[in-house]
Write a protein that binds this ligand. Structure first.
Ligand code: ATP
Ligand code: MG
Length: 584
């Protein structure tokens, strides 16, 4: 089944921040993008100033910055002025506690307002912010805090007791722990944050950070192995601002919802920085995924721009389109997705269900911001990641043994590569110089993902280099096979791996989770194999299909194919620090 291109109307194009890709691309420079931001009085650049104080200074202090929705559905609003004041207090508290510029402050919090204040307050103080995902256990927390040399942590009393207290003795650098709901305990270096904020002044002169000063330390998802700590600098805000504007079509005053947790890069770059820099009103939901709750929020809050992930979209598909009918979703203007390949079936489903397709975009922790995207004015080819954004040069390349890199022809799969130089590119993997150096060859940054380009320049994801299967001389990209399986009405999710085989080298094996109402059976297995053979041909279709209740995923929602394969072969599981706990 070939998927028809979803075209945009003239009025949709005209309304987009980037009405014409070619024109914008030709005219674009990062210098001009930088000039659209403020910079600090007297020089320097600071993310928090661009996100908050700049808007207050230009008369937008009363605009809504965050509407926080608690688990019980109570709502709490924070204006730009509120956040500017709260982060000023937080920066004073840090400074008073002796935390110095360049030192790293971690957060370990659910999606509560303190998290947003801590992130931007830390940046105001000139310290480095590193968010930890609240569902990590003590070991992954310790590993990440050791790498970044945590001097301070912002967390809750219960998270502290359960997860940090047991490892505290092994973190000698961790001087101060700010508790958003606990008591002072000077002997343990515990500070009750609300009282400290109360005592502090909201006036704080933003630290005069330079563009190249380190601002954020983000850990990768650990999908392919041990997570890496990517270093990002204040200059990244130039890319956050621009990509928010052109890839997510954010306009001042928009109601915007990024469903990612700030424990991952998407939840920080596009769940804190890009929206605030673009002066939108952002929704933060404290609760976990629930299809009805999500539709209720989209409807009641009149969300215009919604940024989510394939795993969530597949769960919405699993819940069925029927339940959307009870909700008024007519305020949705632009839908975007990131984190994993977005199956064409999901694009078509969303276009039918919401009247607007999800727009896939591609980037990584390392790139700091969106690189390749389907933007608001562009026609969408379901299954494609779109075009490189203005200011981004992307290529599909092959590498020879000597390290020479050549750009492949359209239609030929190769490694997805980028020309370094955009503002949010990582500046290193912390303490892992060699691992960082290995990402570059011949003037390119090599992403570790495989893709191909079509004749129109659109990029198509093939698979992670580690996940690609070589079967009887064919290169099989798991994404294509998984997408074909998902077209079948019984299939909710699929993961495809290569199993060693004497004659073919590898054969394709699929793991499938079914939609409600379907039961695993031999007949269904046969039917799915037949469906895949018809769609893909016998060389690429899975030889074997196994049913699973759930597929193993990282806590950021990415299918861990390497783990399925290791378990199947009885091999060591490798680093599973980011595996969802119910999969252990
Ligand atoms: P690790 O590097 O630790 O193995 P990870 O690569 O999953 O983990 P992230 O930086 O969070 O960590 O994820 C980036 C990766 O996610 C990309 O390299 C790519 O493999 C995948 N990805 C992101 N967006 C897309 C997309 N639109 N289509 C396909 N894959 C995507
Ligand atoms: Mg990666």
């Amino acid at each position: 089944m070939a998927y028809a291109t979803i075209t945009k109307t003239d009025s949709e194009r005209a309304a987009a921040n980037m009405p014409d890709y070619a024109t914008e691309r030709a005219a674009f420079t990062w210098e001009a993008a930088r000039a659209r931001l403020d910079g600090l009085p007297g020089g320097g650049l600071n993310i928090a100033h661009e996100a908050l104080d700049r808007h207050v200074a230009s008369g937008h202090g009363a605009d809504l910055a965050i509407r926080w929705i608690a688990k019980d559905f109570s709502r709490h609003d924070f204006t730009y002025a509120d956040l500017a004041a709260a982060t000023g207090r937080f920066a004073n508290v840090l400074t008073d506690a002796g935390i110095e510029r360049g030192e790293t402050v971690y957060s370990l919090l659910g999606r509560v307002p303190d998290l947003y204040v801590a992130a931007l307050g830390t940046l105001k103080a000139g310290a480095v912010f590193s968010p930890l995902f609240s569902q990590f256990g003590p070991e992954p927390l310790k590993a990440r805090m050791e790498i970044g040399g945590a001097v301070a942590l912002v967390t809750s009393a219960s998270l502290y007791r359960r997860k940090v207290a047991p490892i505290r003795a092994e973190l000698p650098n961790l001087r101060t722990v700010f508790l958003v709901d606990g008591e002072d305990d000077p002997a343990e270096g515990l500070v009750a944050l609300p009282a400290a904020l109360e005592r502090a002044s909201e006036a704080f002169e933003v630290a005069r950070t330079e563009p190249e000063d380190m601002a954020l330390l983000h850990f990768t998802s650990g999908t392919t192995g041990r997570p890496k700590g990517a270093i990002h600098v204040h200059e990244a805000v130039v890319a956050h601002a621009e990509t928010g504007r052109i890839a997510l079509d954010l306009k001042p005053g928009d109601i915007y919802w990024c469903t990612a947790d700030p424990g991952w890069v998407t939840g920080t770059s596009y769940g804190i920085i890009a929206p605030l820099v673009n002066r939108v009103a952002m929704i933060v939901d404290e609760a976990e995924f629930d299809a009805e709750r999500w539709y209720q929020i989209l409807a009641e809050e009149k969300v215009a721009v919604w940024y989510s992930a394939p795993t969530a979209i597949r769960m919405l598909m699993k819940a069925g389109a029927e339940i959307t009918k009870a909700f008024d979703l007519s305020h949705l203007r632009f839908l975007a997705s990131v984190g994993e390949p977005l199956n064409p079936e999901a694009v078509v489903w969303s276009a039918e269900t919401f009247g607007k397709p999800f727009h896939d975009n591609w980037w990584q922790t390392e790139t700091g911001g969106i690189m390749i995207a389907n933007t608001a004015a562009m026609d969408v080819k379901p299954g494609s990641m779109g075009l490189p954004l203005p200011g981004i040069e992307a290529g599909v390349v092959s590498r020879d043994e000597a390290g020479n890199v050549t750009v492949t022809d359209p239609g030929v799969a190769g490694e997805l590569a980028l020309r370094p130089g955009w503002p949010s590119m990582m500046r290193g993997y912390l303490h892992e110089e060699a691992r960082y150096e290995k990402c570059f060859a011949d003037g390119w940054y090599l992403s570790g993902d495989l893709a191909q380009r079509d004749a129109d320049g659109y990029f198509w994801f093939v698979g992670r280099a580690d996940d690609v299967i070589k079967s009887a001389g064919h290169l099989v990209g798991p994404f294509e096979v998984e997408s074909a399986l998902i077209e079948h009405p019984a299939v909710a999710e699929a993961a495809v791996v290569g199993m060693p085989d004497e004659t073919a080298g590898e054969v394709v094996k699929a793991f499938v989770a079914l939609k409600p109402g379907f039961e695993p059976s031999e007949a269904l297995e046969r039917e799915l194999r037949g469906h895949a053979r018809k769609r893909l041909g016998p060389a690429v279709a899975p030889r074997e299909i196994a049913f699973r209740e759930n597929l193993p995923k990282t806590r950021s929602g990415k299918i861990m194919r390497r783990l399925l394969k290791a378990r199947e072969l009885g091999l060591p599981e490798g680093d599973i620090s980011t595996l969802e706990s119910d999969e252990r």
